[in-house]
Ligand binder design. Structure first.
Ligand SMILES: Nc1ncnc2c1ncn2[C@@H]1O[C@H](COP(=O)(O)OP(=O)(O)OP(=O)(O)O)[C@@H](O)[C@H]1O
Ligand SMILES: [Mg+2]
Length: 351
């Protein structure tokens, strides 16, 4: 749980100190006031990057040369830590408990956060990459070893693709490794999804929204063959196209005909509830395994949802996550009776 947060020179924020509570924390304010910036600060601290920009330059407040975020947090009921990050256009420094020059790998998973961005529906309607990383991030919390396999797969894939780009026949050298790691990733994802999908269905049923969805995992190569057969068969194609055309990097998790019972396409609000259910399902799986449930960052929760759905979603969230940080244009838009409220104007806290 994050106990306090200090943000300096991040976008519109010059200096902002927040003392957070367990459970619900709500940041409200008008457009451009700095609400998403607060979530961005937490994400930057926990994951080492922003979810809005790849580069540092747009994040650093105009007229200044570096930003800084410091968070005090507790690992479950265990140790307390102080984690800080300082970024300039040319430099990046991470500090943990007074130690400087900490490597990113050292803090990986130390402060788990989960983000639902302002365009929540993207998870269903956006690029396959978003769904792959949703699954892999969820899996990483359940089976931390998954990340290593993914990294090894990616490295092998990069090497194979480089050889293909340079038209070197040695690209075949990487086939066995690609298949080994690929099969491990594929079966972990399938195991994970089986349980996740059941949890999602149960949230949708509980909410009685009349929304049903069929899930389909496309593994990234033909169902009728093994990955080894696909890699072997597609070698000639890969050579022509100069990239590896099959494997779990091409997978997708399709929420087939995310439709209402009558077969109609889901509305924006229904889609948002479905995405909410996907996240709640992940939290549920972690809870059942006694693992740390991430801090949930939910941008603009009330938008697109009617009162009833806001209540349903919020009740699920409060029940499933030990700590939540969410934003809304106005706190009155949220049916809440507990938690801490922060109102921001022009990047400043207003009492
Ligand atoms: N590098 C920067 N320096 C100064 N100000 C910046 C910088 N980058 C963005 N801004 C400003 O910071 C604000 C960003 O605020 P943020 O996106 O957090 O707003 P918000 O409260 O989430 O608004 P909305 O309700 O529209 O989502 C905007 O007013 C933007 O113009
Ligand atoms: Mg915003």
């Amino acid at each position: 749980m994050i106990e306090s947060l200090s943000i300096k020179n991040l976008r519109i924020v010059e200096a902002l100190e927040l003392s957070l509570s367990e459970g619900l924390n709500v940041v409200s304010g008008e457009n451009g006031a700095g609400k998403t910036t607060v979530l961005e600060a937490v994400y930057l601290l926990a994951r080492g990057k922003s979810f809005r920009h790849r580069e540092v330059a747009p994040l650093v407040r105009e007229g200044t040369d570096h930003l800084e975020v410091v968070g005090r947090f507790r690992e479950g009921v265990g140790a307390r830590h102080v984690l800080g990050t300082r970024r300039s256009r040319s430099d990046s420094l991470v500090r943990l408990d007074g130690r400087t020059k900490v490597k990113r790998s050292e803090i990986l998973g130390l402060l788990p956060v989960q983000l639902v961005g302002a365009d929540a529906a993207e998870l269903v309607s956006g690029e396959p990459r978003l769904r792959r990383s949703f699954i892999d991030a969820g899996l990483f919390h359940v089976e931390p070893g998954h990340l290593k396999v993914l990294q090894r797969y990616q490295r092998t894939l990069d090497q194979r693709n480089r050889a293909l780009r340079e038209d070197r026949p040695e690209f075949r050298h990487w086939d066995d490794q690609l298949v080994d790691y690929g099969v491990t990733i594929d079966s972990a994802r399938k195991r994970y999804l089986e349980e996740l999908e059941e949890q999602i269905r149960s949230w949708l049923a509980r909410w009685e929204l009349g929304v049903s969805v069929d899930f389909h995992y496309r593994q990234g190569w033909a169902q009728t063959e093994t990955l080894a057969q696909a890699v072997e068969r597609l070698g000639a194609t890969d050579r022509l196209q100069h990239f590896t055309s099959c494997g779990p990097h091409r997978a997708d998790w399709v929420l087939v005909g995310a439709t209402t019972r009558s077969g109609k396409t889901l509305s924006r609000g229904q889609l948002k509830m479905l995405v909410g259910a996907c996240h709640l399902a992940q939290a549920e799986m972690l809870k059942e395994r006694g693992r740390a449930v991430p801090v949930l960052l939910f941008d603009d929760l009330p938008s697109e949802l009617d009162r009833g759905n806001r209540e349903r979603l919020l009740a699920g969230i409060v029940d499933s996550y030990p700590q939540v940080l969410l934003t809304a244009l106005a706190a009155e838009d949220l049916p809440i009776n507990s938690g801490r409220l922060f109102h921001v104007e022009q990047g400043r806290l207003v009492p």
